[in-house]
Design a binder for this molecule. Structure first.
Ligand SMILES: NC(=O)c1ccc[n+]([C@@H]2O[C@H](COP(=O)([O-])OP(=O)(O)OC[C@H]3O[C@@H](n4cnc5c(N)ncnc54)[C@H](O)[C@@H]3O)[C@@H](O)[C@H]2O)c1
Ligand SMILES: [Fe+2]
Length: 436
């Protein structure tokens, strides 16, 4: 990415640098069994272990519980985490934390579990009305006032990278919109990233979470570069997500190469340990990258899609309600976005296409958006993704509602490399209806 470092030249009034936060992480098969050692090392004596109902009785939670018990750490399990959490489920989880007077937290699960655990830890440590720490303008956006209790995060999906981020995402029921709490203080103290856990993850979940990981990296590399961030703040007030930067570029580049080489294999064959291991590593790298750079349009638009889809069910996800997996909602908006944003930074879009495995030899800047969109569509087709928003029941008559649903996401959308208004939002949703 040396050629792109000109993008980071400082300009009048820009920030002077960027800040990267991340946990101490341990990556490798079997490291879940190190939870007890780590808990003791962090001074934990009585922990709350957060997980979801599907995982609670399974092998991964069993391994972590046994390791904590062997280390002499007391454990209380909270297994009521809602998949795709909301404000009500966050508040319930926070009550459990406050009542239990824990000196440490452990999460074993996907993004839904790790995010819920971060929020529970925050409200138990620094009690406040729920909207106090929620992102402005939806919430008050107040800064987290101090350190939270130590948290060991053990991801069981290969996508969100939440084990590395200071982000906790939830749906605010009153608005039917996703928002979150963001602070470097929410970054877990330790991430135990054990690729063995995804052996039990069904192919549809490997695909959806893999596309979440892919999009985190694509959005990091194509985000507005940090010196062009609007309203720069410096020092400790520098936001968690600051726009594209050299460090995020480096990690996201590596993650995209892994996704291009291994996503399809990981989805097709549960027993392909190499492919699933590399996807777990890619998800972690992407998490560190997008935590510092920020997401933009594909994530901003995805929340309207998941909020408005009426009747969608995917194997491996809760069957009792309509649910569009996060990574699926994100990838459905990918190809249309890349066609739109490529003129702002064609070399970055071509670089992404190349990393994902497209042959871009001889391709000029005019072809950048198409090159990236085409490669993403190839991966979607190879992994059984729906053919655009129309497959979920959307048509042109829903475009207005989708644009309205995306408007609460302007905080994220402003991180895009181009300016976006309501007309552009509608155009992007129209272009995402059908891809092949
Ligand atoms: N905080 C962040 O940085 C961040 C980043 C991206 C997404 N998110 C959020 O994370 C959530 C999505 O998380 P996710 O995609 O990891 O999935 P998830 O936690 O919602 O879980 C999806 C399904 O997979 C099951 N599951 C999880 N691990 C399994 C395993 N090893 N074997 C079998 N089944 C397993 C769960 O029980 C659930 O039914 C969304 O709310 C999204 O907004 C957060
Ligand atoms: Fe995501």
């Amino acid at each position: 990415m040396r050629c792109c470092h000109a993008d980071f030249a400082l300009v009048e009034g820009s920030d002077r640098g960027f800040t990267v936060g991340m946990p101490t992480f341990t990556f490798g098969a079997g490291v879940l069994g190190e939870a007890g050692d780590n808990a003791r090392d962090l001074g934990m004596t009585r922990v709350a272990l957060y997980t979801d109902a599907r995982l609670a009785g399974g092998e991964h939670v069993g391994t972590v519980r046994a390791s904590l018990a062997a280390a002499g750490v007391d454990v209380a399990v909270y297994d009521q985490v809602r998949i795709e959490p909301d404000d009500v489920s966050f508040e319930e989880a926070a009550r459990f934390a406050a009542d239990g007077r824990f000196d440490g937290y452990v999460s074993v699960g996907g993004g839904s579990v790790m995010d819920t655990c971060k929020a529970a830890n925050l409200y138990a440590t620094h009690p406040a009305a729920f909207m106090t720490y929620v992102n402005a303008p939806i919430g008050e956006g107040r800064r987290v006032p101090g350190a939270v209790r130590p948290h060991i995060a053990c991801p069981t999906t290969s996508g969100t990278g939440s084990e590395t981020t200071g982000i906790a995402i939830f749906t605010l029921r009153a608005l039917n919109a996703k928002t979150g709490i963001i602070s470097r203080r929410l970054i877990p103290s330790i991430a135990l990233v054990d690729p063995d856990v995804t052996r039990s993850l069904p192919p549809a979940a490997i695909a959806a979470t893999g596309f979440d990981c892919m999009s985190h990296s694509l959005e990091s590399i194509t985000a507005r570069p940090f010196p062009r961030r609007l309203n720069p703040a410096v020092g400790a007030a520098r936001p968690v997500s600051q726009g594209a930067n050299a460090f995020s570029d480096m990690l996201a580049t590596e993650a995209l190469k892994l996704v291009g080489a291994f996503l399809e294999r990981a989805v097709r064959d549960v027993s392909d340990a190499e492919a699933r291991t590399e996807m777990m590593y890619a998800a972690m790298l992407s998490g560190i990258a997008f935590n510092a750079a920020g997401c933009h349009l594909p994530h901003g638009l995805s929340y309207a899609v998941s909020g408005l889809a009426k009747d969608w069910h995917v194997p491996g996800y809760p069957a009792d309600r309509s649910l569009v997996p996060h990574g699926m909602a994100v990838v459905l908006n990918n190809p249309s976005v890349w066609r739109h944003t490529a003129p702002s930074s064609p070399e970055r879009h071509l670089h992404c296409a190349h990393c994902l495995g497209a042959d871009v030899r001889g391709a000029g800047p005019d072809f950048a958006g198409e090159a990236l969109a085409t490669r993403v569509v190839e991966l979607m087709r190879a992994t059984g993704m729906p053919n655009g928003l129309s497959a979920l029941g959307f048509d042109d008559s829903h475009v207005d509602a989708l644009a309205t649903g995306a408007e609460p996401q302007y905080r994220v959308i402003r991180n895009a490399p181009v300016d976006i208004g309501r007309d552009e939002l509608k155009g992007l949703f129209r272009a995402a209806m059908r891809y092949w």
